[in-house]
Design a protein around this ligand. Structure first.
Ligand code: UGA
Length: 363
């Protein structure tokens, strides 16, 4: 029987398909759309349940292997770039890798999309904004002044020695490359700036399925499982807007469904209603953990403060407040986040217990 070659417009390639966001995006694309998906990554543990799906092809490839990646991009109508090194502990310890993977190693992929005429959806980061101008001007508690807007808020990074900003700087440069490819080569692109997406399959638990320091949710979950104190970097005073991964994937779907509205636009994808300090996050997680693990109330769960230098080593600085203005996504995409912080955390904690320590529920 003659095999039909899939239509380019029905094919999406996801570079970095095996990570947290990629795995959730793949779930949705295979469950709710007709697309054929090519997933490029070095790891497939988080997407293993799709490996036998007829509409999905997993290609084990390093994104740097440009000649091998090229044919997949050429046969795709849409390319979604997710490959990144995006844990803050790496920004100060593996700075050159961070700049390579997030910038220099990504540029050839963007050029390839322009040459192949593929539509590009590029995942950048909320971190590009850096520090909040309003905070630096002493207005850090005024939410309206702190709102970050895609097309007019400045990017404010620290000095070179503060290597924390190497990641933001790398992603900023890529955004500028994408923008310039749009202007000079007619690249059709959409840039997404995620604001702390959370949910099952995020990061890793140190000593269980990875090594090093993951992002804050995994750090706190790891401490809760090990019955160790939750550590608040610099007192946990910084604020984040945690965004449920399901809401974030809804936004991706809107971007795919509305190509003209999303064409050559940058979108903040985040949930401003979920803003919390990290200290409040710790309290909330302890409360929710106690509810799911009845035996946990019997032993003390503590928090302790630690300096950023002791926690991450030298070269670490932080974004104090990242509050997205999501008006543009609401207006052009018809998207708004729906899931509150309590539900998002509770579901994430449940998934963590199911995966790593179901026996705790019976204690
Ligand atoms: C990170 C990445 O840099 C961004 O690229 C990415 O977009 C973002 O996560 C995200 O998930 O969207 P950040 O928010 O600083 O940025 O990541 P976390 O490691 O989760 O840190 C959040 C805050 O918690 C920071 O202030 C950190 O110092 C603090 N923290 C972290 C603690 O207080 N205790 C911990 O155990 C870990």
């Amino acid at each position: 029987m003659q095999q039909t070659v899939p239509d380019k417009n029905d094919t999406i390639t996801i570079v970095g398909c095996g990570g947290f966001i990629g795995s959730h995006l793949l779930d949705r694309l295979l469950e709710a759309t007709h697309y054929r998906v090519i997933g490029i990554d070095l790891v497939s543990g988080k997407i293993s349940r799709h490996l036998n799906n007829d509409r999905f092809s997993f290609v084990k490839l390093d994104m740097h292997d440009i000649p091998s990646v090229k044919p997949y991009i050429e046969r795709s109508g849409i390319v979604i770039l997710l490959a990144a090194l995006c844990n803050p502990s790496l920004y100060t310890t593996r700075t050159l890798d961070v700049i390579d993977v997030n910038c220099t190693g990504t540029i050839p992929l963007i050029n390839m999309c322009a040459e192949a005429g593929a539509r590009l959806v590029y995942f950048s980061t909320s971190e590009v904004y850096g520090r909040t101008a309003a905070s630096l001007a002493g207005r850090g508690d005024d939410a309206e002044s702190c709102l970050l807007r895609e097309d007019c808020s400045p990017f404010i990074l620290g000095p070179v020695e503060a290597q924390r900003w190497s990641y933001a700087c790398a992603k900023q440069l890529i955004e500028r490359v994408v923008f310039a490819c749009g202007q000079e080569h007619g690249l059709n692109y959409t840039i997404v700036r995620p604001f702390n997406f959370i949910g099952p399959r995020m990061d890793f638990l140190p000593g269980i399925d990875g090594e090093g320091i993951p992002r804050v949710l995994a750090c706190f979950l790891s401490a809760l499982i090990a019955r160790k104190p939750l550590r608040l970097v610099d007192g946990g005073r910084n604020r984040r807007c945690f965004t449920w991964i399901g809401d974030a994937i809804d936004a991706c779907m809107k971007i795919l469904e509305r190509p003209e509205a999303a064409r050559n636009q940058i979108f903040n994808i985040g949930n401003p209603s979920n803003e919390t300090t990290i200290a409040e996050l710790a309290d909330r997680m302890i409360r929710l953990w106690r509810r799911q693990v009845p035996g946990a109330s019997a032993h003390g769960i503590a928090v302790e403060e630690i300096s950023a230098r002791d926690f991450y080593g030298p070269g670490y600085e932080d974004s104090d407040r990242r509050l997205p203005d999501i008006g543009k996504a609401e207006r052009l995409l018809g998207w708004e986040p729906k899931t509150g912080l309590e539900t998002a955390l509770d579901t994430t904690i449940k998934a963590c217990i199911d995966l790593y320590c179901p026996a705790l529920r019976k204690e």
